[in-house]
Design a protein around this ligand. Structure first.
Ligand code: TXA
Ligand code: MG
Length: 319
């Protein structure tokens, strides 16, 4: 099977209704979607992604009201966040309803829910009538896709259709928050900056790894979002000098470096632009024939937190 890359909404609806898996666009990254209420369809997502089943999926809903189809209640802080940031790059971990299959939540009492902003994805969700369970459309542990072509390159042989919604506008996965009573906790930094969350609900501490947040696994697994080549993260000019003998792939924030291959995330230092380019740049460097990738952290504010988080995980030694 070779996936078609197409904006054929009707075909996507038909496949999803038939229990198939479809690559779908969102504003953050592309997803690998299936009917969230159909366990057999959800199994195919895990198989296609080669994802361990202890790692729960995000359920995508068509609008704010539809959250109640999968979650029992929203803490007041969640209500405020939904009102302010949905549709958008924010996922909430909420108490689940029983209709959500155990497979989607890995048997947890909670479900991760998000209302995506991408117009084509929103049309798709309003046409299917059921929510879509979707992880990022990459093989487990590798870099998330930000174009339909990225999805087809990695998973094309196992999919019939990648619904093409153009390049992702945010480029980083959603920010994930959970709740402890009324307290809001950060599970994964992402496409919605922490500062913006905190303006609405006050301080949002990072969740400790506890059994309840353990599924924080993947997003929090040490080696994740990783390119195939080894990536070193640090002071760029030092790394370039130290490894001058290797064919280097360089991922720079603002300034180009002489190397076998170099990608600059944002010459003007714009973190939104850097986020948008990050995953495509990692893929390009990985495919450039470089033996070793080197990268530098970006300023640790706004979207910079999530960019640095992904770079740190991409850079961890692989096991
Ligand atoms: O932007 C995004 O969030 C993209 C697009 C496709 O929506 N999706 C995405 O999914 O990044 P994925 O599966 O790659 O990451 C979902 C994260 C995982 O780290 C998972 O452990 C966490 O969400 N998660 C899901 N359900 C959870 C739950 N009940 N409690 C805590 N974490 C949960
Ligand atoms: Mg992922």
């Amino acid at each position: 099977m070779r996936a078609r890359i197409d904006d054929d909404l009707e075909e996507a609806v038909r496949l999803l209704q038939a229990g198939r898996v479809v690559g779908v666009p969102t504003e953050t990254v592309y997803g690998l979607a299936a009917n969230a209420f159909d366990p057999a369809a959800v199994v195919r997502v895990f198989e296609t992604k080669r994802r361990p089943s202890f790692d729960p999926l995000i359920v995508h809903v068509r609008d704010v009201e539809a959250v109640h189809e999968v979650a029992t209640r929203l803490p007041a802080a969640a209500e405020r966040l939904v009102e302010r940031f949905w549709p958008g790059p924010l996922t909430l971990v909420l108490e689940r309803r029983d209709v959500v299959p155990d497979l989607v939540t890995s048997g947890l009492p909670t479900v991760a829910v998000r209302c995506p902003a991408h117009p084509l994805m929103r049309r798709l969700l309003s046409r299917t009538g059921f929510p879509l369970a979707a992880p990022s459309a990459n093989r487990f542990g590798s870099v998330s896709p930000t174009t339909a072509q990225h999805v087809a390159d990695q998973l094309g042989d196992e999919l019939e259709l990648v619904l093409d919604g153009g390049p992702c506008e945010v480029g980083l996965e959603s920010t994930i928050v959970g709740f402890q009573g009324e307290r809001c906790l950060l599970y994964r930094p992402g496409g919605l900056p922490l500062e913006e969350l905190e303006r609405v609900v006050g301080p949002v501490p990072t969740a400790a790894r506890t059994p309840e947040t353990a599924p924080s696994a993947p997003g929090m697994l040490t080696s994740h979002y990783a390119p195939a080549r080894t990536l070193l993260l640090g002071e760029l000019d030092e790394l370039v000098a130290e490894h001058a003998g290797s064919r280097l792939g360089v991922l720079a924030f603002r300034e180009e470096r002489a190397a076998h291959a170099c990608r600059v995330l944002s010459p003007s230092g714009d973190l939104g632009e850097a986020a948008r380019r990050l995953f495509a740049a990692l893929r390009e460097l990985d495919a450039s024939g470089a033996e070793l990738l080197v990268a530098e952290p970006v300023p640790e504010s706004g979207l910079g937190r999530a960019i640095n988080d992904r770079l740190r995980r991409a850079a961890r030694p692989r096991s």
